[in-house]
Design a protein. Sequence first.
Length: 308
Amino acid sequence: MRTVLIGAVEGSAVALRAMMDAGMPPALVVTLPLDRAAAHSDFADLGPLAGAAGARVLRVARSDDPALLAALRELAPDLVMAIGWSQLLGPELRAIPRLGVLGFHPAPLPRMRGRAVIPWQILTGQRQGGATLFWIGEGIDDGPIAAQAVFPIDPDEITARALYDRAVAEMAALLPPLLADLAAGRMPAAVQDHDQATMCARRRPQDGRIDWTAAGTRIERLVRAVGEPYPGATTTLADGTPVRVNRARLHPREGYFVGLPGQVQQVEDGVATVMCGDGACLDLLDWTTEGRITRHAMLGGGDDVPVG
């Protein structure tokens, strides 16, 4: 069975490795040009791995690139897999493979269709994660399900990195058996229950900006939801210097500090403790900035607070 893998992110590389380990490498790997790496915070260069698999590599910036369509027509694949490719695949491309186009969605479809589903699962307190391989059609993540794994998650603890890695690992376990079924003439396709569907909106880097007037639990959840492999939660020093918060926790002493939202209460052993809008404090365990976070500084803008 001739297959094509289209992707450009860490999950794409995991899928490619799973196919190689199962002795089912694709004939063609389609990925982004290296100068488009910034298009994905979790970008992965599939070129070296594809070369090790003996697969041809084609780099295109768009799904409707004439070079891609020509290559697919020449190869006449049985199956195309879009795993870690954020662009829509048009009807011209979808009509080329004999069996169709498989997509991967890191959520338990029909719930959590759409964009940025890893952060949204954490932000909305979902307790069930998933990995779904489905047949791509004209709609958004609404095609028949070919294979799916569902697993429990704790939205009060899990990070974006942990949820991303779990979903990708489940996908990698599902993919080889599914390919074997398709090669044997079995084509699973369970219609989704559209009445159970939910749709996630797109998120942009600025949506990770911290509002220090919010409750501490809400800010801590945001830090977990938009961290690696995504751009992260951000704030600024009073002079506008950007700060990226990579890891945080609620401060264990309730009611101990008294201050303004965004005010740094203490900096001790590399941990900055910041006041939130509900009187709780957040310990910044890991942050990056070109400036300096000092006691009594303000995050999120505003003037420095004098030591009184």
